[in-house]
Design a binder for this molecule. Structure first.
Ligand code: PLP
Length: 386
């Protein structure tokens, strides 16, 4: 059977993005590809081999569940880190597989030591310190205890990293807070180093901080959104590409994802008829409609009812009526040659027109991150330009 839509991943575009980012960040800094949220909707299993083919050898996921998926396709040369949730019961598997993981409380640290002892294997830990995001990370009072524990159990632990995460480096509004976090990180790591404890990697930067604040790159960067061809925000893009002239520099980041389906059927509806459920759309003229076999079940949001658009034959076709669970309808009166089986672009390019995730998401008040990561995992991913 064929799924009613598919997601294309453009390998050539990914290669360009990685090339640009590596050039910006420099080859002394380890590049970690963040693939949480099903690789921001691109599909963990499909994305990892592509990224590895672009020279990436370190990946970061959010939890043990994602780590298991990633591990099933990961090359033996590549490494994995877990930045968030791991049940203590899952720690054994994580340590066994030599996956590093954020440690932000004494409970996890103690569990890691205990399991490492049993396995006779070093747990690779990323010591996360609180610098001002106020989400996870050791507070000063617990930090001393944890450092003592780490030193006493150095046989069972390998300090892969000391790290923190900024509370929104992609927005200039957070400039002062992010700077304070940086200062805190430097001060705290100095104290840790003075206690004769050093990590392989000190790391703090995500896409925005790595691109905007070079001093935050340190030994390793955790790059998410930018590798997929999106700027974290328009501010970030302006900062990097606006050269003081009227024109912006050419955008080096290329969206690698497109979402496509095809027309399921077409028909002509007389004037003064309601389209789809209810009465939210009334035809005012003879209207040619095309039915698209995608609905909110597939991630095409209901709020795009009478609001979104798709591309057919290189032209925009507006959504009319309500988006239903498995279908929605577009007006193709201005695209008279549209017929059953024609390609429909939900996100991406066709001819001269483009539906970026951003414009799709502005309509639904979602940011790129949210919309991308909510693209259903079940939709097949197809690699192009390999
Ligand atoms: C998501 C995440 C990143 C990557 O963020 P981007 O803005 O997508 O580059 C880095 N670090 C942590 C801890 C994250 O959760």
């Amino acid at each position: 059977m064929i799924h009613s839509s598919y997601i294309e991943l453009d390998f050539k575009a990914l290669k360009k993005n990685i090339h640009y980012l590596k050039k910006e960040i420099g080859d002394k800094v380890k590049f970690v590809s963040v693939i949480k949220g099903n690789a921001y909707g691109h599909g963990i299993q499909d994305y990892i081999p592509l990224a590895e083919a672009c020279g990436i050898s370190y990946f970061a996921v959010s939890d043990a569940y994602e780590a298991e998926i990633a591990n099933s396709v990961l090359s033996p040369k590549s490494e994995l880190m877990i930045m968030g949730m791991i049940d203590n019961e899952e720690l054994e598997w994580v340590i066994e597989k030599e996956i590093s993981f954020f440690v932000f409380d004494l409970d996890r640290l103690e569990a890691a030591i205990q399991i490492a002892k049993i396995l006779k294997k070093k747990a690779k830990i990323q010591l996360e310190i609180e610098t001002g995001m106020n989400r996870t990370g050791f507070e000063n009072d617990e930090l001393e205890t944890s450092i003592e524990l780490i030193q006493r159990n150095s046989v069972y632990l390998f300090l892969e990293g000391i790290c923190t995460h900024y509370a929104g480096a992609e927005s200039i509004a957070n400039y002062v807070r992010v700077n304070e976090q940086y200062d805190n990180f430097i001060r705290i790591t100095k104290n840790i180093n003075n206690m004769n404890l050093h990590a392989k990697y000190n790391h703090t930067a995500s896409s925005a901080s790595a691109l905007l604040y070079p001093h935050t790159r340190m030994d390793l960067v955790r790059i998410g959104i930018a590798q997929y061809g999106f700027w974290p925000t328009n501010e970030t893009k302006m900062y990097k590409l606006y050269d003081g002239e009227v024109k912006m520099l050419r955008d080096p980041l290329k969206q690698i994802l497109q979402w496509k389906t095809k027309i399921m059927s077409t028909k002509t509806v007389k004037p003064a008829k309601f389209i789809s459920y209810g009465n939210s759309f009334l035809t005012t003229k003879t209207t040619k409609i095309a039915t698209i076999p995608i609905g909110y079940f597939h991630g095409f949001r209901r709020s795009l009812s009478n609001n979104g658009f798709v591309l057919i034959n290189g032209r925009k076709a507006p959504v009319i009526g309500m988006v239903t669970m498995n279908m929605f309808i577009v007006d193709v009166s201005l695209i008279p040659n549209a017929k059953k089986g024609d390609e429909v672009v939900l996100i991406g390019k066709q001819g001269k027109n483009k539906i970026s995730v951003a414009s799709f998401s502005e309509l639904t008040n979602f940011v790129n991150y949210e919309l991308l990561s909510r693209l259903p995992a079940e939709i097949p991913r197809v690699i192009i330009n390999r």
